[in-house]
Design a protein around this ligand. Structure first.
Ligand code: CMX
Length: 439
């Protein structure tokens, strides 16, 4: 297949380039770590290589050098569609090159061949109670499929390091082909009385996902394509990406790594924030009864949340220091398709109010909205109202970035991760020595 051959060509090139670069520059210092960073979630410590994307605090994400507006413009579209196809972002993240229409069609064909999910995965999900969180079922579904890991089987039989990436590639494509099926199954099991919908192989990956969820509407297809592209990658340090990369560094296969990554995404400070945003907005709306809240109302409501010791979900970011361009892309979508939607109007008003509130509050380093502040209202508008499920959409998308990097982890032969930890006693001793040296 052209995708795999393209990857092979890129890998051969990049491995050599990396080797030459490292021979010359391995000892160059790119980061120093302070005590604050050791206690403070390692913010800003540069200690990991991630090929797919780079996050600039002020500009936002670039996928292989392309901004979100560029990706929306340049990636192939579905016939009659305007939003980029996620198959295209997979090609871009994995190879570094923009795909042609033909490249995307080939990935679609490959997905169709691989989308069958073993029945025991569905049986296992059905054995779990209906009040389980959808992310729990989604993560378990991924884990259950690892019986089929081609990497794990080949490794057990004995393969050379040079071949690792090829088996990882196979697992990555199998997993991506199956993810929408597993995710849609979870949705229909939890919220549609287990009335399952079979995949429609004539549809693209995102549209087929919407179809299996039960939303056969061209606008939902478009939203799904955009959604699955926008969340796909956000460089390597975020919890889900880093977790996937860390777990796979022990040569755990893609299924183990992705399931673990999804468990990190399920935290309320990370991917679960999209569910929290919707919950917060709906509670806010309810508290004002039938009337549309004013900006002053929203300001008071925000202060009440902060004074209760809670965070404003969807605002702030560990790296970004301006409005997330993913938020802006969703806003453009909303302005095009649903400008009069009530919740969208509230989201827009919040955008005018919250940054000032957070600035006055004085804690958050970034008072601007992130992607999660906007994504939920779009899904809600089209009738996807089960907001605990929203993080699953994020997960299906984020899998593209995490899994394409895993191919590179294997190709570059990255070793098991093992940063050094220290104790408070060690820190005290170190600081004492430093102070003595300075005298
Ligand atoms: N509301 C209230 N307080 C906030 C805040 C917000 N939206 N964002 C940050 N703060 C607070 C932090 O809780 C922290 O308080 P303490 O000093 O009391 O611990 C302080 O401001 C400094 O935090 P920071 O350095 O600005 O932010 P962090 O890098 O520590 O955390 C994040 C980043 C995203 C976890 C945080 O901004 C947050 O909790 N936001 C709300 C949840 C959210 O939207 N998460 C989604 C992020 C995107 C994603 O991963 O999907």
């Amino acid at each position: 297949m052209a995708f795999k051959e393209k990857l092979r060509e890129k890998i051969l090139q990049r491995v050599e380039e990396t080797h030459d670069f490292r021979e010359k520059y391995d000892s160059v210092v790119i980061s120093e770590v302070t005590v604050k960073q050791a206690y403070g979630g390692m913010r800003g410590v540069r200690c990991m290589v991630w090929e797919g994307s780079y996050l600039d605090p002020f500009e936002g994400i670039r996928f292989r050098g392309y901004t979100i507006p560029e990706v929306r413009k340049l990636l192939p579209k579905a016939p009659g569609g305007h939003e980029p196809l996620p198959e295209g972002i997979l090609y871009l993240l994995a190879t570094g090159d923009l795909p042609t229409e033909q490249d995307v069609r080939e990935i679609q064909e490959e997905f169709k061949k691989r989308m069958e999910v073993p029945g025991y995965v569905f049986d296992m999900i059905r054995a779990l109670p209906r009040d389980s969180h959808p992310m729990t079922l989604f993560s378990l579904g991924i884990l259950a499929m690892r019986m089929d890991s081609k990497f794990a089987r080949a490794y057990a039989e004995g393969i050379s390091k040079a071949e690792y990436w090829e088996y990882m590639y196979e697992d990555v494509l199998d997993l991506l082909a199956r993810l929408p099926r597993v995710a849609a199954f979870v949705y229909r099991y939890l919220y549609r009385d287990d009335q399952q919908i079979e995949p429609d192989p004539s549809l693209d990956w995102a549209a087929n996902f919407a179809h299996m969820l039960g939303y056969d509407n061209p606008e939902v297809y478009e939203l799904m394509r955009l959604y699955l592209v926008l969340h796909s990658d956000h460089e390597g340090g975020n919890v889900s990406a880093h977790t996937g990369h860390l777990v796979a560094s022990a040569l755990s296969d893609a299924y183990y790594a992705l399931s673990a990554a999804m468990n990190g995404l399920a935290g309320p400070l990370h991917g679960l924030a999209n569910q929290e945003v919707l919950r917060w907005i709906l509670e806010l709306k309810k508290s004002f009864g039938d009337r549309m809240p004013t900006k002053a109302d929203l300001e008071r409501y925000a202060w009440d949340t902060l004074n209760a010791g809670r965070v404003i979900p969807g605002y702030g970011h560990a790296v970004l220091r301006r409005t997330d361009p993913r938020y802006t892309a969703f806003r453009e979508f909303a302005l095009k398709y649903m400008p009069d939607d009530e919740l969208f109007r509230i989201v827009s008003m919040l955008y005018e109010v919250i940054p000032n509130v957070l600035k006055q509050h004085g804690k958050a380093k970034n008072p601007w909205p992130n992607v999660d502040a906007h994504s939920g209202v779009l899904l809600y508008h089209y009738g996807i109202r089960e907001f605990p499920y929203y993080t699953v959409f994020f997960g299906v998308s984020r899998a593209i970035g995490i899994l394409s990097q895993l191919i590179w982890d294997r190709a570059l032969g990255l070793p098991i991760e093992r940063p050094k930890s220290v104790t408070l006693e060690w820190l005290k001793e170190y600081v004492k020595q430093k102070e003595q040296e300075a005298r």
